[in-house]
Design a protein around this ligand. Sequence first.
Ligand SMILES: [Mg+2]
Length: 383
Amino acid sequence: MFHIPEPPSDVRIERITCVDVVGTSPKMIGKNAVRDDHGSTTTERLVRVFTNTGHDGLGVTRVPVASMEADDIPRALGASPFAFADPASGIVLRGLEHALWDVIGKVAGLPVYALLGGSVRSAVDAYDGALYFCDLLDPARGLARVAEEATESVAHGHRAIKMKVGRGHRWMPSAEGFRRDVEAIRAVRRTVGPDIFLMIDGNNGFDRPGAERLLEEVGDQDLYWAEEMFPETIEDYEQFRTFLDRRRLRTLIAEGETLPDWPPIQPYLERRLIDVVQLDMNQIGLSAWRRLAAFAETGGVRCSPHTWSSRFAVYASLHLGKAIPNFLSAEVPAYEPDAYRPAGFTFRDGQYIVSDMPGWGLVIDEPVYESRYRAQEKRYEKQ
Ligand SMILES: [Mg+2]
């Protein structure tokens, strides 16, 4: 499944650093169905590994520092990065996984997608995942603000937009929130026209009958997928599937971002109760995602990893999308990090061309890193 090149004999990891880096959104991000205002900044834990050969790799991790210090870091220091790479499993050191993909790619002179099996497409679809309840941030403008954000999204080159729904779960009286969701969907569709893919995300803020009622109301709005509309059980998902079929709605069922690992979603994939699987890229890591994608492919399920709040996870998703046939779309969050930037990626007409540079095609902005992050960095070296 993975293409792991022959390791050179003399490469070993000499130093590892960890630091939280900041991402900033040009717009304020409001509520979704369950969480209050998300704000305009976020953080990612950036890990860097440095070798004796002058190579370095970067990646983002969600593994807690204490666990990395007890396990990943002592195992990695002094070892070859290739010692943790396996053709069947990918990288087997979770906390350092993404940084190791980068450094192995750089040592071998290959982009990460080549390590995942090679290119199956020239460009990878992506979507704007940043249309939250901005009407609640700006009540005076309300739906006009929602339409404006959709217009801005298309102006930035997006051809697919996902909007949050479920205002009636916590933030508005139930019936009023439901009406606002319906009006917001109609406003966005009217604004962007029929050619833009439009998706909705309920963050589990509905129950099944409520989700069905919403889809019935907006059945004429050509919704591409409905994501996490209600907490998943096999029985509810079977009924939801039956409902969509009976109404002849072609809306795809998307699910999985909150799951810590992929075995719990297997029964849904095996029964074809999910069309688009969405586990979080940083949560399970690229290696597990590549294996999940292979499993999903056998059932005709498509892949669209959850990335929200991590720009790094977008680049990891794009390399995955370049390498697997059943990739659907990469989620683009609003936040941009200051510590690193892409090199060799281009975005146009809703699609990314993926960098051919060795590793991810991401470079550290050294002056920014030096001034904002160096002093807070945790640093580990081979004694
Ligand atoms: Mg979601």
